[in-house]
Design a protein around this ligand. Structure first.
Ligand code: 3UK
Length: 513
């Protein structure tokens, strides 16, 4: 399929639903408000006018530091109508991190949920390009700043979409690798529809009557692709949860809105299973599929979830750079403990350190090619070239492919280490540990022993009922028998929890040393 030269994501994802007759249908539902596709069309037109009136022009950037409410799509798509570029920022970061991103992106306006104002107030004066702060879902007493609701009330609802090119930058996401500063990752107008067509329709078979609930937030590509991409591409309804996704809040949302598709990260599935309230009768009565991404889903966890809840968990790997999932299990043919198989829309390669394709069963770095790849990182040429090598994007993930073409995750390229000259994938040892009934979560890192040799060390979170008594020896033997004699942890530290990123990935580098 050849791409049209001109394409604006808003015409496709918002306006088309109205012209196809779904104007009265709910597009977004949050705990306080609902918004139909028609209201979304009107409000995004108004927001495009607001930006124009504030003299924010095409190609300028605005930051979104907002909780998941119906206002999120209004700002996101409203900006894109005008060719203004929303930069979606994680709401769980620190003042310093915000200062870096807001300066790096040179945004001209900041759209911010009122509760987050205190975190950025100390740095606002340092942001030279910032012209306007617009407070969303706040009371009117924030008189220093513009108020979103007020602006919207007064705005004109006529707006002609800017005639963007399909390859024009539409929005940014910040990719936070485990090292270095976060990188502004620029995505083009067609990327959301590409994800929707290939993963959304191709793998999930998403339809107009689906109801989508992603516990992953909209600022995270995983939640964005689900809520702002694939759901809208078919005129489905999206349920939003502005607060923290705890087992309790997620169950309440599942029960109340009965979504058909649920997107979560493995940590959340584990936390929910540990909650005795997590039972089918307390969940959605029409859930047809659960999706897991963000990190690998341990086989045990997927199986336990399916057993308890009666719904499959489809694990797939995605990234900020590729916008969404590019390698996935297929509903009805899930193989737990794997990331699944290649699917239409994406090509995969596994290569060794010399760039040579590895054999079946051998570990290599995963490269992916597909049209949802970002254009590059903002002002980071070296990193852009290293990651986006022509049509191939380097994932930094190690995998092997089995005889049936299923891909098995082996960890990040930078987390792998050698013991007695043989590779150890921390991930593999962690998998073995969490499959033991006493272990809730585990993280494995390389540590030097008294001879200066590298050996695995494990940090283990126990299940509430387990006791540490005698467990060190039990777990050592268990790992030996599960994954290989040289891989067992020489040290185990029992900890109450593991350091994780805001999107739920274990931060192994914090445990090293
Ligand atoms: C890891 C996985 C094993 C892997 C994401 C779905 O996670 C997303 O994007 P990020 O940029 O991180 C990317 C990295 O996370 N990872 C993600 N999913 C899996 N590892 N199995 C998985 N299923 O290291 C990858 O390189 O935060 C996930 C959709 C969109 C996304 N951006």
């Amino acid at each position: 399929m050849t791409k049209p030269r001109k394409y604006n994501a808003v015409s496709d994802l918002v306006d088309r639903n109205v012209s196809e007759g779904f104007g009265e249908k709910n597009a977004f539902v949050d705990p306080d408000q609902m918004m139909t596709y028609l209201d979304l069309q009107t409000n995004t037109r108004k927001f495009a006018n607001i930006l124009q009136n504030l003299d924010i022009k095409r190609e300028a950037r605005i930051a979104m530091l907002m909780f998941d409410t119906v206002n999120y799509p209004v700002v996101f798509f409203g900006a894109m109508r005008a060719g203004v570029i929303p930069v979606c920022i994680n709401t769980l970061l620190t003042t310093d991190q915000y200062e870096y991103m807001l300066q790096d992106s040179r945004v001209e306006a900041l759209l911010i949920s009122s509760a987050l104002l205190p975190v950025v107030k100390p740095i606002l004066a340092n942001l030279q390009t910032l012209k306007h702060v617009i407070v969303v879902d706040g009371e009117n007493e924030q008189s220093d700043f513009l108020n979103f609701e007020q602006l919207l009330d007064q705005a004109n609802a006529d707006f002609e979409n800017v005639d963007t090119n399909s390859d024009e930058t539409a929005f940014w996401l910040y990719s936070s690798g485990s090292t270095g500063d976060p990188k502004g990752t620029r995505h083009v107008h067609t990327s959301l529809a590409y994800v929707a067509d290939h993963y959304g329709k191709g793998i999930l078979d998403i339809k107009q009557n689906d109801v989508v609930f992603a516990a992953a937030k909209l600022f995270f590509a995983y939640g964005m692709g689900a809520g702002l991409g694939m759901a809208m591409s078919v005129g489905a309804t999206v349920i939003l949860l502005p607060g923290r996704p705890t087992p309790e809040s997620v169950l309440t949302t599942l029960k109340k809105h009965n979504p058909t598709l649920f997107f979560g990260v493995p940590t959340l599935y584990a936390a929910m299973l540990a909650d005795p309230e997590c039972q089918p009768q307390n969940s959605s009565n029409r859930l047809r599929l659960c999706i897991s991404a963000g990190e690998a889903l341990p086989a045990d966890l997927g199986q336990s979830w399916e057993q308890r809840m009666g719904v499959e968990v489809v694990d797939g790997i995605g990234s900020t750079e590729m916008l969404h999932i590019f390698l996935s299990n297929r509903p009805g043919a899930v193989r737990y403990g794997t990331s699944g198989q290649e699917f239409d829309g994406y090509k995969l390669r596994l290569i060794d350190e010399n760039g040579v394709e590895v054999e079946t069963g051998e570990i290599g770095e995963l490269l992916v090619s597909g049209d949802s790849a970002a254009e590059g990182y903002w002002n980071q040429r070296e990193k852009s070239r290293a990651t986006f090598a022509g049509i191939w994007t380097h994932t930094g993930d190690k995998y092997f492919r089995d005889e049936d073409d299923f891909y098995h995750y082996c960890g990040r390229t930078d987390d792998m280490f050698k013991v007695s000259g043989r590779w150890v994938s921390p991930f593999e040892v962690e998998q073995a540990l969490v499959s033991h009934s006493s272990v809730l979560e585990a993280a494995v890192v390389a540590k030097e022993d008294s001879d200066g040799l590298i050996k695995p060390k494990a940090f283990v979170v126990l299940t509430p009922s387990a006791s540490e008594e005698g467990l060190f020896d039990t777990l050592k033997d268990y790992v030996k028998s599960e994954v290989g004699a040289w891989k067992y942890p020489r040290w185990i530290e029992f900890v109450p929890d593991l350091p994780k990123t805001a999107t739920g990935k274990i931060q192994r580098y914090k445990l090293r040393g």
